[in-house]
Design a protein around this ligand. Structure first.
Ligand SMILES: C[S@@+](CC[C@H](N)C(=O)[O-])C[C@H]1O[C@@H](n2cnc3c(N)ncnc32)[C@H](O)[C@@H]1O
Length: 296
């Protein structure tokens, strides 16, 4: 394992490196990030596809082609991803303003967008500390945009794979105090962990490392909403993307909260979690589940 640390004005970038998690080929003239995902523009990557759906510019032709294919099968995808960003803001604001959380571990950060976790948290409590984790080299390239902490708080970025919970927790401890409650964010990432890789066990390892009073916020593509459209969209994505995704039913996604107390209104469609009348997706039937649970 190699490790590279650079200090920036407000935080640090840490690379938890492996030669290659998948043993995959790196395209000619392209590099490999610390987490082992090749910077390959010939295949669609979730971070860049998601960026395209959100109206961003950090994507390539292969990403846009897949994004359009999925949107043709499931037209609500664009509003669903915007609703997921809106959920992120509502959930982080809830955790800071109502639950008193001041530290976040945000795994599956995505490319910087409006209302990143530290911006929402520090708007309510400037002393909030946020550690971002992602395994995509495109996100690593833009990590400095995530290190714009308030002077009272801190942000850091770890280039690592969610499955490598040990190194993530070890590095995050440089910024987060694991003796105090932590908000663990897993938004838009669990669909990339297949059942045989035991996403529930990965979550358990993370939640075992944080104290009572910590929270887990997550989202998951729904497999039992707009069933045919979502199944077709997932199939089209998986035929063309670098790494596959899986939809899950409400019962399957609920198991991710094992041992935690779900905060009201429970695991619900993403646009229904503590949303107001003017929130993104209001009145729609969006195929993403979202929920927040508290460690008792
Ligand atoms: C759909 S984006 C979600 C971004 C953000 N959390 C949100 O909800 O707006 C998913 C992100 O998870 C990252 N990701 C996917 N699998 C991962 C893994 N195994 N380890 C770390 N990051 C991963 C992708 O690179 C991408 O940036």
């Amino acid at each position: 394992m190699t490790e590279l640390r650079e200090l920036s004005q407000h935080g640090s970038i840490t690379r938890v490196g492996k030669a290659s998690r998948k043993g995959g080929q790196v395209a000619s003239g392209q590099g490999t990030a610390g987490a082992g995902v090749p910077f390959d523009t010939s295949k669609a990557h979730m971070a860049r596809v998601y960026d395209f759906w959100l109206g961003g510019k950090d994507n390539f032709a292969a990403d846009r082609a897949v994004a359009e294919q999925v949107a043709a099968a499931y037209p609500d995808i664009r509003i669903a991803v915007r609703a997921q960003r809106a959920f992120l803001a509502r959930a982080v604001h809830f955790l800071v303003a109502e639950a008193g959380i001041r530290q976040f571990l945000d795994i599956g950060t995505g490319l910087p967008s409006a209302n990143n976790t530290h911006q929402v948290a520090q708007a309510a409590a400037p002393e909030s500390r946020v550690v971002y984790v992602d395994n995509d080299p495109a996100v690593l390239n833009h990590a400095r945009a995530l290190l714009t902490s308030s002077p009272e708080g801190a942000t850091a970025y770890i280039d690592a794979d969610l499955r490598d919970t040990g190194p993530i927790l070890e590095q995050a401890a440089d910024v987060l105090d694991f003796g105090q409650p932590v908000g663990v964010m897993l938004l838009g990432i669990l669909q990339g962990i297949p059942d045989q890789e035991e996403p529930g066990a990965i979550i358990a390892r993370l939640m075992n490392a944080v104290p009572s009073g910590s929270y887990l916020a997550l989202t998951q593509i729904a497999g039992d909403v707009a069933v045919d459209e979502v199944a077709e969209g997932v199939q089209r994505y998986n035929e063309r993307a670098a790494a596959p995704v899986a939809a899950r039913t409400h019962a399957e996604a609920s198991r991710f909260f094992a041992g935690l107390d779900l905060v009201e209104p429970g695991l619900v469609q993403v646009h229904r979690w503590r949303a107001g009348a003017g929130d993104v997706g209001n009145g729609r039937n969006l195929a993403i589940y979202a929920g927040v649970g508290r460690k008792p």
